[in-house]
Ligand binder design. Sequence first.
Ligand code: BYC
Length: 323
Amino acid sequence: MTAPADLSVVEDAEAQARFEDLIAQDSRIEPRDWMPDAYRKTLIRQISQHAHSEIIGMQPESNWISRAPSLKRKAILMAKVQDEAGHGLYLYSAAQTLGISREEMTQQLIEGKAKYSSIFNYTTPTWADMGAIGWLVDGAAICNQVPLCRASYGPYGRAMIRICKEESFHQRQGFEILLELMQGTEAQRRMAQEAVDRWYWPALMMFGPPDDQSPNSAQSMAWNIKRFSNDELRQRFVGMLVPQAEVMGVTLPDPNLKWNEAEQRYDMSEIDWTEFHEVLAGRGPANAERLRRRREAHEEGAWVREAAAEYARKQALKQKAVA
Ligand code: BYC
């Protein structure tokens, strides 16, 4: 007779084999499926960081809603910021299917223990920054996120499909803001160029460290979470920007940027990785302000959470009385 302990070893081995088979077939892993702990942890890490990025990412733009130059621009920007709140919520929900609660993730964020994208620690001093965020930041997000629609974890991939559709609209509205400024006065053209100068390098950093310094890439690619490496996506992004910059008439702020026909890639200047690590360590231009505002919003929203919990409690009591 097989002892119960041995039986669980056999079951684990079978579950592991089933998981590996699903990955090998490029199928999806669903919340009901067995998955290795490390796979679950990696997904929680990436999806929660992604959700936090969307939520913190609302701040640099919401700062401009009341100052947008026309009613039309105000309405568009408000819709975009609302979309970002929605993206955060889909992503928190996807992470919750892996066994972490929304409260736990929120706590990690407001205590400063969770990462979110480095890009949102930069400031937005002019209206043109709204154009640069849409064009460059959402553009980088699309490059990074379209492959994530095929991520092996079902709830993440499905959330990404909807998010990417909205990101395309965001990217176009940013392009259009910059295009309009570039067709305006000398001062408006300068404002647009300066915003591109400010956001170009931080946008390239969004893709993460160079491949040879990316500790998570190899395993995430083996699990079909990531489909391309950080450097591959960075190259793809630059390839997308070059013709668009020409149409707009802005200059990408890299004197060494040049197509290398022999290697079929863009040559470019070295990214300032010291700046990237400083921002990740909490010492970027707006890290402290972003966290302070997030904490404040969390405290201000306490009554909403209490009211929702009380409503849910009363509804549950009512349903129990009916049953
Ligand atoms: N910022 O081994 P690596 C948006 C961390 S929201 C901060 O390459 P991985 C939008 C990385 O987490 C855009 N941290 O990691 C919203 C890791 O640290 P841990 C957000 C970064 O996971 C509002 C360490 O560095 N998009 O579009 O294989 C308005 C080593 O890196 C960053 C996503 O979150 C960074 N830039 O690859 C407008 C996309 N880069 O966790 C727009 C989903 C790296 O080991 N995430 N780190 O402590 C991903 O695709 C991947 O997680 C990354 C990094 C490509 C970002």
